[in-house]
Design a protein around this ligand. Structure first.
Ligand code: XLS
Ligand code: NI
Ligand code: NI
Length: 435
Protein backbone atom coordinates (compact mmCIF):
# COMPACT_ATOMS: atom_id res chain seq x y z
CA UNK A 1 0.00 0.00 0.00
CA UNK A 2 1.37 3.47 -0.84
CA UNK A 3 1.82 5.66 2.17
CA UNK A 4 -0.17 8.89 2.24
CA UNK A 5 2.55 10.63 4.23
CA UNK A 6 5.31 9.69 1.82
CA UNK A 7 8.88 10.65 2.68
CA UNK A 8 7.81 11.89 6.12
CA UNK A 9 9.99 10.87 9.03
CA UNK A 10 8.69 10.38 12.57
CA UNK A 11 8.75 13.72 14.39
CA UNK A 12 11.24 13.73 17.26
CA UNK A 13 12.27 16.08 20.03
CA UNK A 14 15.36 17.93 18.84
CA UNK A 15 15.48 20.91 21.20
CA UNK A 16 14.90 24.67 20.81
CA UNK A 17 17.92 25.25 18.56
CA UNK A 18 16.93 22.75 15.88
CA UNK A 19 16.19 24.31 12.47
CA UNK A 20 14.13 21.43 11.05
CA UNK A 21 10.50 22.56 10.74
CA UNK A 22 9.19 19.06 11.43
CA UNK A 23 10.85 18.46 14.79
CA UNK A 24 9.71 19.21 18.31
CA UNK A 25 11.54 22.06 19.94
CA UNK A 26 9.69 21.84 23.25
CA UNK A 27 7.61 18.67 23.29
CA UNK A 28 9.87 16.14 24.97
CA UNK A 29 7.48 13.35 26.11
CA UNK A 30 9.77 11.99 28.83
CA UNK A 31 10.76 15.31 30.37
CA UNK A 32 9.56 15.47 33.97
CA UNK A 33 7.70 18.57 35.11
CA UNK A 34 6.23 18.70 38.61
CA UNK A 35 6.86 14.98 38.99
CA UNK A 36 4.94 13.94 35.87
CA UNK A 37 6.09 13.12 32.33
CA UNK A 38 5.21 15.79 29.79
CA UNK A 39 3.29 13.26 27.71
CA UNK A 40 1.18 12.33 30.75
CA UNK A 41 0.47 15.96 31.60
CA UNK A 42 -0.68 16.84 28.11
CA UNK A 43 -2.30 13.60 26.88
CA UNK A 44 -2.47 14.83 23.26
CA UNK A 45 -5.15 13.46 20.95
CA UNK A 46 -5.57 13.86 17.18
CA UNK A 47 -9.13 14.09 15.91
CA UNK A 48 -10.25 11.94 13.03
CA UNK A 49 -12.93 14.20 11.59
CA UNK A 50 -11.33 17.49 10.59
CA UNK A 51 -8.03 15.87 9.66
CA UNK A 52 -9.37 13.03 7.52
CA UNK A 53 -13.04 13.64 6.73
CA UNK A 54 -13.45 17.35 6.14
CA UNK A 55 -12.97 18.17 2.47
CA UNK A 56 -12.07 21.84 2.71
CA UNK A 57 -15.48 23.29 1.92
CA UNK A 58 -16.71 26.62 3.32
CA UNK A 59 -20.08 28.38 2.86
CA UNK A 60 -18.96 29.70 -0.56
CA UNK A 61 -16.96 26.86 -1.98
CA UNK A 62 -16.72 23.11 -2.05
CA UNK A 63 -13.98 20.59 -1.72
CA UNK A 64 -10.39 21.79 -1.95
CA UNK A 65 -8.60 18.74 -0.55
CA UNK A 66 -7.97 15.65 -2.63
CA UNK A 67 -7.57 12.49 -0.59
CA UNK A 68 -7.55 8.97 -2.01
CA UNK A 69 -10.04 7.83 0.66
CA UNK A 70 -12.81 10.32 -0.15
CA UNK A 71 -15.75 8.06 -1.04
CA UNK A 72 -18.51 6.05 0.61
CA UNK A 73 -17.18 2.50 0.56
CA UNK A 74 -15.67 0.43 3.32
CA UNK A 75 -12.46 0.22 1.30
CA UNK A 76 -12.27 4.04 1.51
CA UNK A 77 -12.80 3.81 5.26
CA UNK A 78 -9.92 1.36 5.54
CA UNK A 79 -7.64 3.56 3.47
CA UNK A 80 -8.56 6.52 5.66
CA UNK A 81 -7.76 4.53 8.79
CA UNK A 82 -4.43 3.65 7.31
CA UNK A 83 -3.54 7.32 6.76
CA UNK A 84 -4.86 8.29 10.20
CA UNK A 85 -2.70 5.75 12.01
CA UNK A 86 0.30 6.85 9.92
CA UNK A 87 -0.23 10.38 11.20
CA UNK A 88 -0.67 9.29 14.85
CA UNK A 89 2.58 7.33 14.61
CA UNK A 90 4.56 10.03 12.81
CA UNK A 91 3.54 12.53 15.49
CA UNK A 92 3.96 10.15 18.41
CA UNK A 93 0.50 11.28 19.55
CA UNK A 94 -0.62 9.01 22.39
CA UNK A 95 -4.38 9.32 21.70
CA UNK A 96 -7.00 9.88 19.01
CA UNK A 97 -10.76 10.65 18.97
CA UNK A 98 -13.54 9.82 16.50
CA UNK A 99 -17.24 10.07 15.65
CA UNK A 100 -18.89 6.89 14.34
CA UNK A 101 -19.58 8.52 10.97
CA UNK A 102 -15.95 9.59 10.55
CA UNK A 103 -14.64 6.10 10.61
CA UNK A 104 -17.27 4.17 8.66
CA UNK A 105 -19.95 4.95 6.06
CA UNK A 106 -23.63 5.17 6.95
CA UNK A 107 -25.45 2.03 5.73
CA UNK A 108 -29.01 1.53 4.46
CA UNK A 109 -30.20 0.75 7.98
CA UNK A 110 -28.95 1.54 11.45
CA UNK A 111 -27.98 -2.12 11.84
CA UNK A 112 -25.77 -1.88 8.76
CA UNK A 113 -24.25 1.44 9.91
CA UNK A 114 -23.48 -0.08 13.30
CA UNK A 115 -21.90 -3.12 11.67
CA UNK A 116 -19.69 -0.86 9.57
CA UNK A 117 -18.54 0.96 12.70
CA UNK A 118 -17.79 -2.35 14.45
CA UNK A 119 -15.85 -3.65 11.49
CA UNK A 120 -13.66 -0.55 11.50
CA UNK A 121 -13.29 -0.75 15.26
CA UNK A 122 -11.84 -4.23 14.84
CA UNK A 123 -9.27 -2.82 12.46
CA UNK A 124 -8.58 -0.03 14.96
CA UNK A 125 -7.99 -2.56 17.72
CA UNK A 126 -5.24 -4.18 15.67
CA UNK A 127 -3.69 -0.84 14.76
CA UNK A 128 -3.88 0.43 18.32
CA UNK A 129 -2.13 -2.70 19.48
CA UNK A 130 0.70 -2.40 16.96
CA UNK A 131 1.21 1.37 17.27
CA UNK A 132 0.42 1.86 20.98
CA UNK A 133 -2.09 4.63 20.16
CA UNK A 134 -4.99 4.85 22.64
CA UNK A 135 -8.50 6.21 22.37
CA UNK A 136 -9.16 9.41 24.32
CA UNK A 137 -12.84 9.41 23.39
CA UNK A 138 -15.44 8.18 20.99
CA UNK A 139 -18.68 9.96 20.11
CA UNK A 140 -21.73 9.56 17.90
CA UNK A 141 -22.46 11.98 15.09
CA UNK A 142 -26.06 13.00 15.87
CA UNK A 143 -26.01 16.17 13.80
CA UNK A 144 -24.99 15.67 10.14
CA UNK A 145 -27.80 13.51 8.76
CA UNK A 146 -31.04 15.29 7.87
CA UNK A 147 -33.01 13.05 10.28
CA UNK A 148 -31.34 15.06 13.04
CA UNK A 149 -32.10 18.52 11.66
CA UNK A 150 -34.52 19.24 14.55
CA UNK A 151 -32.31 17.61 17.17
CA UNK A 152 -31.49 14.10 18.35
CA UNK A 153 -32.54 13.74 22.01
CA UNK A 154 -34.53 16.98 21.74
CA UNK A 155 -36.35 16.08 18.52
CA UNK A 156 -40.16 16.52 18.49
CA UNK A 157 -40.36 13.03 16.95
CA UNK A 158 -39.80 10.21 19.51
CA UNK A 159 -38.59 7.90 16.73
CA UNK A 160 -35.58 10.16 16.27
CA UNK A 161 -34.88 10.08 20.02
CA UNK A 162 -34.95 6.27 19.87
CA UNK A 163 -32.78 6.13 16.74
CA UNK A 164 -30.19 8.40 18.38
CA UNK A 165 -30.25 6.30 21.55
CA UNK A 166 -29.59 3.15 19.53
CA UNK A 167 -26.72 4.88 17.72
CA UNK A 168 -25.15 6.04 20.99
CA UNK A 169 -25.51 2.54 22.49
CA UNK A 170 -23.38 1.17 19.67
CA UNK A 171 -20.64 3.82 19.86
CA UNK A 172 -20.52 3.70 23.66
CA UNK A 173 -19.99 -0.06 23.49
CA UNK A 174 -17.36 0.27 20.76
CA UNK A 175 -15.57 2.98 22.79
CA UNK A 176 -15.62 0.65 25.80
CA UNK A 177 -14.24 -2.26 23.79
CA UNK A 178 -11.42 -0.09 22.46
CA UNK A 179 -10.49 0.91 26.01
CA UNK A 180 -11.60 4.53 25.51
CA UNK A 181 -10.82 6.87 28.40
CA UNK A 182 -14.01 8.95 27.91
CA UNK A 183 -17.20 9.15 25.90
CA UNK A 184 -18.26 12.59 24.60
CA UNK A 185 -21.67 14.03 23.80
CA UNK A 186 -21.62 17.25 21.86
CA UNK A 187 -25.23 18.38 21.38
CA UNK A 188 -24.77 19.53 17.81
CA UNK A 189 -28.48 19.95 17.05
CA UNK A 190 -29.71 20.06 20.64
CA UNK A 191 -31.08 23.57 20.58
CA UNK A 192 -33.59 25.56 18.58
CA UNK A 193 -34.10 28.31 16.03
CA UNK A 194 -37.46 29.74 17.15
CA UNK A 195 -39.71 29.32 20.18
CA UNK A 196 -42.68 29.43 17.81
CA UNK A 197 -42.11 25.76 17.00
CA UNK A 198 -40.28 24.69 20.17
CA UNK A 199 -41.47 23.39 23.55
CA UNK A 200 -38.34 24.26 25.49
CA UNK A 201 -39.30 22.60 28.76
CA UNK A 202 -40.20 19.33 27.07
CA UNK A 203 -36.96 19.33 25.08
CA UNK A 204 -34.87 19.78 28.24
CA UNK A 205 -36.68 16.85 29.86
CA UNK A 206 -36.00 14.74 26.78
CA UNK A 207 -32.32 15.64 26.94
CA UNK A 208 -32.20 14.84 30.66
CA UNK A 209 -33.78 11.42 30.04
CA UNK A 210 -31.40 10.71 27.17
CA UNK A 211 -28.32 11.47 29.24
CA UNK A 212 -29.60 9.34 32.11
CA UNK A 213 -30.04 6.45 29.67
CA UNK A 214 -26.43 6.85 28.52
CA UNK A 215 -25.14 6.87 32.11
CA UNK A 216 -27.25 3.82 33.04
CA UNK A 217 -25.87 1.92 30.06
CA UNK A 218 -22.32 2.96 30.88
CA UNK A 219 -22.67 1.29 34.27
CA UNK A 220 -24.46 -1.71 32.84
CA UNK A 221 -21.60 -2.54 30.47
CA UNK A 222 -18.94 -1.62 33.03
CA UNK A 223 -17.41 1.23 31.04
CA UNK A 224 -14.91 2.86 33.41
CA UNK A 225 -14.38 6.01 31.34
CA UNK A 226 -15.95 9.40 31.95
CA UNK A 227 -19.06 10.67 30.18
CA UNK A 228 -18.41 14.21 28.96
CA UNK A 229 -20.66 16.95 27.61
CA UNK A 230 -19.05 19.50 25.31
CA UNK A 231 -20.65 22.94 25.80
CA UNK A 232 -21.13 25.31 22.88
CA UNK A 233 -23.31 28.44 22.80
CA UNK A 234 -24.49 28.64 19.22
CA UNK A 235 -23.70 27.26 15.79
CA UNK A 236 -25.33 25.21 14.45
CA UNK A 237 -28.55 26.22 16.24
CA UNK A 238 -29.22 29.78 17.39
CA UNK A 239 -29.81 28.66 20.99
CA UNK A 240 -27.76 25.60 21.95
CA UNK A 241 -28.94 24.04 25.22
CA UNK A 242 -25.37 23.29 26.40
CA UNK A 243 -24.40 26.97 26.21
CA UNK A 244 -21.39 26.95 28.55
CA UNK A 245 -20.02 25.25 31.67
CA UNK A 246 -22.44 27.01 34.04
CA UNK A 247 -25.45 26.07 31.92
CA UNK A 248 -24.34 22.46 31.64
CA UNK A 249 -23.85 22.30 35.41
CA UNK A 250 -27.39 23.55 36.03
CA UNK A 251 -28.69 20.94 33.59
CA UNK A 252 -26.72 18.14 35.27
CA UNK A 253 -28.00 19.21 38.69
CA UNK A 254 -31.58 19.31 37.53
CA UNK A 255 -31.39 15.80 36.09
CA UNK A 256 -29.34 14.33 38.95
CA UNK A 257 -26.16 13.79 36.95
CA UNK A 258 -23.65 16.19 38.50
CA UNK A 259 -21.61 13.31 39.95
CA UNK A 260 -21.73 11.26 36.76
CA UNK A 261 -20.95 13.62 33.92
CA UNK A 262 -18.13 16.11 33.38
CA UNK A 263 -17.33 18.63 30.64
CA UNK A 264 -15.10 18.70 27.60
CA UNK A 265 -14.25 22.38 27.21
CA UNK A 266 -13.29 23.72 23.79
CA UNK A 267 -11.28 26.94 23.54
CA UNK A 268 -13.27 28.27 20.58
CA UNK A 269 -16.61 27.47 22.21
CA UNK A 270 -15.61 29.37 25.35
CA UNK A 271 -14.78 32.37 23.18
CA UNK A 272 -18.13 32.14 21.35
CA UNK A 273 -19.87 32.11 24.76
CA UNK A 274 -18.13 35.38 25.65
CA UNK A 275 -15.78 33.73 28.17
CA UNK A 276 -12.05 33.34 28.49
CA UNK A 277 -11.00 29.70 28.10
CA UNK A 278 -9.43 29.75 31.57
CA UNK A 279 -12.71 31.00 33.02
CA UNK A 280 -14.45 27.86 31.77
CA UNK A 281 -11.62 25.68 33.10
CA UNK A 282 -11.62 27.30 36.55
CA UNK A 283 -15.41 27.21 36.80
CA UNK A 284 -15.57 23.53 35.86
CA UNK A 285 -12.89 22.79 38.45
CA UNK A 286 -14.74 24.79 41.09
CA UNK A 287 -17.93 22.84 40.34
CA UNK A 288 -16.12 19.49 40.24
CA UNK A 289 -16.94 18.74 36.59
CA UNK A 290 -13.65 19.42 34.79
CA UNK A 291 -12.99 16.57 32.36
CA UNK A 292 -11.11 17.23 29.14
CA UNK A 293 -10.35 19.95 26.58
CA UNK A 294 -10.53 20.55 22.84
CA UNK A 295 -7.50 22.79 22.38
CA UNK A 296 -8.50 24.46 19.10
CA UNK A 297 -8.69 28.24 19.02
CA UNK A 298 -11.00 30.55 17.13
CA UNK A 299 -10.17 33.60 15.13
CA UNK A 300 -11.14 36.43 17.47
CA UNK A 301 -12.72 38.53 14.73
CA UNK A 302 -14.75 36.01 12.76
CA UNK A 303 -17.42 35.08 15.34
CA UNK A 304 -17.31 31.53 13.99
CA UNK A 305 -15.96 28.22 15.29
CA UNK A 306 -12.86 28.26 13.09
CA UNK A 307 -11.12 25.30 14.79
CA UNK A 308 -7.55 26.51 14.31
CA UNK A 309 -4.43 24.95 15.73
CA UNK A 310 -3.32 26.70 18.93
CA UNK A 311 -0.31 28.94 18.34
CA UNK A 312 -0.41 31.55 21.09
CA UNK A 313 1.97 30.49 23.86
CA UNK A 314 0.95 33.07 26.51
CA UNK A 315 -2.73 32.09 26.19
CA UNK A 316 -2.00 28.38 26.26
CA UNK A 317 0.37 28.80 29.23
CA UNK A 318 -2.29 30.48 31.31
CA UNK A 319 -4.86 27.79 30.48
CA UNK A 320 -2.38 25.05 31.38
CA UNK A 321 -1.49 26.88 34.58
CA UNK A 322 -5.08 26.55 35.74
CA UNK A 323 -5.46 22.98 34.44
CA UNK A 324 -2.32 21.74 36.19
CA UNK A 325 -2.84 23.81 39.35
CA UNK A 326 -6.31 22.24 39.63
CA UNK A 327 -4.83 18.74 39.59
CA UNK A 328 -4.34 18.20 35.84
CA UNK A 329 -6.04 15.64 33.65
CA UNK A 330 -7.27 12.31 34.98
CA UNK A 331 -9.22 10.54 32.23
CA UNK A 332 -9.24 13.67 30.07
CA UNK A 333 -6.62 15.02 27.72
CA UNK A 334 -5.86 17.65 25.19
CA UNK A 335 -7.64 16.95 21.90
CA UNK A 336 -6.88 18.90 18.76
CA UNK A 337 -10.36 19.39 17.29
CA UNK A 338 -8.48 21.34 14.64
CA UNK A 339 -8.72 21.73 10.94
CA UNK A 340 -6.26 23.00 8.39
CA UNK A 341 -7.04 26.16 6.48
CA UNK A 342 -8.63 25.12 3.19
CA UNK A 343 -5.63 26.19 1.11
CA UNK A 344 -3.30 23.91 3.07
CA UNK A 345 -3.56 21.03 0.67
CA UNK A 346 -0.51 18.88 1.32
CA UNK A 347 -0.12 15.88 3.63
CA UNK A 348 2.77 17.77 5.21
CA UNK A 349 0.39 20.58 6.24
CA UNK A 350 -1.31 18.13 8.62
CA UNK A 351 2.07 17.52 10.21
CA UNK A 352 2.96 21.22 10.45
CA UNK A 353 -0.38 21.99 12.10
CA UNK A 354 -0.04 19.32 14.76
CA UNK A 355 3.68 19.73 15.38
CA UNK A 356 3.30 23.47 15.95
CA UNK A 357 0.28 22.93 18.20
CA UNK A 358 2.00 20.28 20.31
CA UNK A 359 5.09 22.43 20.65
CA UNK A 360 3.00 25.47 21.59
CA UNK A 361 1.29 23.46 24.34
CA UNK A 362 4.57 21.97 25.54
CA UNK A 363 6.11 25.42 25.78
CA UNK A 364 3.02 26.66 27.60
CA UNK A 365 3.27 23.73 30.00
CA UNK A 366 6.90 24.52 30.81
CA UNK A 367 5.88 28.09 31.67
CA UNK A 368 2.88 26.88 33.68
CA UNK A 369 5.03 24.46 35.66
CA UNK A 370 7.48 27.28 36.45
CA UNK A 371 4.60 29.49 37.66
CA UNK A 372 3.42 26.70 39.94
CA UNK A 373 6.87 25.72 41.17
CA UNK A 374 7.85 29.29 41.94
CA UNK A 375 4.59 29.81 43.80
CA UNK A 376 4.58 33.64 43.69
CA UNK A 377 1.16 33.79 42.07
CA UNK A 378 -0.28 31.45 44.68
CA UNK A 379 1.28 33.44 47.52
CA UNK A 380 -0.39 36.60 46.21
CA UNK A 381 -3.73 34.83 45.91
CA UNK A 382 -3.52 33.32 49.38
CA UNK A 383 -2.65 36.65 50.91
CA UNK A 384 -5.68 38.25 49.24
CA UNK A 385 -8.00 35.88 51.09
CA UNK A 386 -5.92 35.57 54.29
CA UNK A 387 -8.56 37.36 56.37
CA UNK A 388 -10.84 34.36 55.99
CA UNK A 389 -8.47 32.44 58.26
CA UNK A 390 -9.61 34.33 61.38
CA UNK A 391 -11.96 32.57 63.82
CA UNK A 392 -15.02 34.82 63.31
CA UNK A 393 -14.61 34.75 59.52
CA UNK A 394 -14.43 30.96 59.57
CA UNK A 395 -17.51 30.77 61.78
CA UNK A 396 -19.35 33.12 59.44
CA UNK A 397 -18.59 30.93 56.41
CA UNK A 398 -19.35 27.69 58.22
CA UNK A 399 -22.87 28.93 58.94
CA UNK A 400 -22.28 29.22 62.69
CA UNK A 401 -23.25 32.90 62.84
CA UNK A 402 -26.68 34.38 62.13
CA UNK A 403 -27.18 37.70 60.40
CA UNK A 404 -27.85 39.20 63.86
CA UNK A 405 -24.67 37.80 65.35
CA UNK A 406 -22.65 39.06 62.41
CA UNK A 407 -24.15 42.54 62.89
CA UNK A 408 -23.23 42.42 66.58
CA UNK A 409 -19.69 41.37 65.73
CA UNK A 410 -19.27 44.32 63.34
CA UNK A 411 -20.31 46.68 66.12
CA UNK A 412 -18.37 45.11 68.96
CA UNK A 413 -15.13 44.80 66.98
CA UNK A 414 -15.63 48.24 65.42
CA UNK A 415 -15.04 46.82 61.91
CA UNK A 416 -14.19 49.41 59.30
CA UNK A 417 -12.96 47.55 56.16
CA UNK A 418 -10.20 49.26 54.17
CA UNK A 419 -9.93 48.51 50.40
CA UNK A 420 -6.68 46.87 49.20
CA UNK A 421 -5.15 46.95 45.76
CA UNK A 422 -5.98 44.00 43.49
CA UNK A 423 -2.46 44.38 42.00
CA UNK A 424 -3.57 43.21 38.55
CA UNK A 425 -0.73 44.92 36.67
CA UNK A 426 1.84 43.47 39.05
CA UNK A 427 0.33 39.98 38.56
CA UNK A 428 0.17 40.26 34.78
CA UNK A 429 3.80 41.37 34.68
CA UNK A 430 4.69 38.46 36.93
CA UNK A 431 3.10 35.99 34.49
CA UNK A 432 5.11 37.49 31.63
CA UNK A 433 8.32 36.70 33.46
CA UNK A 434 7.74 32.98 33.00
CA UNK A 435 7.05 33.12 29.24
C1 XLS B 1 -18.15 21.13 17.16
C2 XLS B 1 -17.57 20.29 18.19
C3 XLS B 1 -17.37 18.84 17.77
C4 XLS B 1 -17.15 17.97 18.97
C5 XLS B 1 -17.34 16.52 18.74
O1 XLS B 1 -18.10 22.35 17.21
O2 XLS B 1 -16.38 20.87 18.62
O3 XLS B 1 -16.33 18.74 16.86
O4 XLS B 1 -15.89 18.16 19.51
O5 XLS B 1 -18.60 16.21 18.26
NI1 NI C 1 -16.13 23.07 17.96
NI1 NI D 1 -14.96 19.98 19.87
Amino acid sequence: MTRFFQDCEPVRYRGPDCSDSLAYRWYDPDRILLGRRMEDHLRFAVCYWHSFVWQGNDPFGGQTFERPWFGDGMSHARQKADAAFQLFELLGAPFFCFHDRDIAPEGDSLAESNRNVREMAELFATRMESTGTRLLWGTANLFSHRRYMAGAATNPDPDVFAYAAAQVKNVLEVTHELGGANYVLWGGREGYETLLNTDLRRELDQMGRFLNLVVEHKHKIGFGGTILIEPKPQEPTKHQYDFDVATVYAFLKRYGLEDEVKVNIEVGHAVLAGHAFEHEIALAQALGIFGSVDMNRNDYQSGWDTDQFPNNVPEVALALYFIVKGGGFTSGGLNFDTKLRRQSLDPEDLLHGHVGAMDCCARGLIAAAAMIEDGSLQIELDSRYAGWGSAPAKAMLAGDLSLEQIADWVEEAGLNPQPRSGRQEYLENLVNRYL
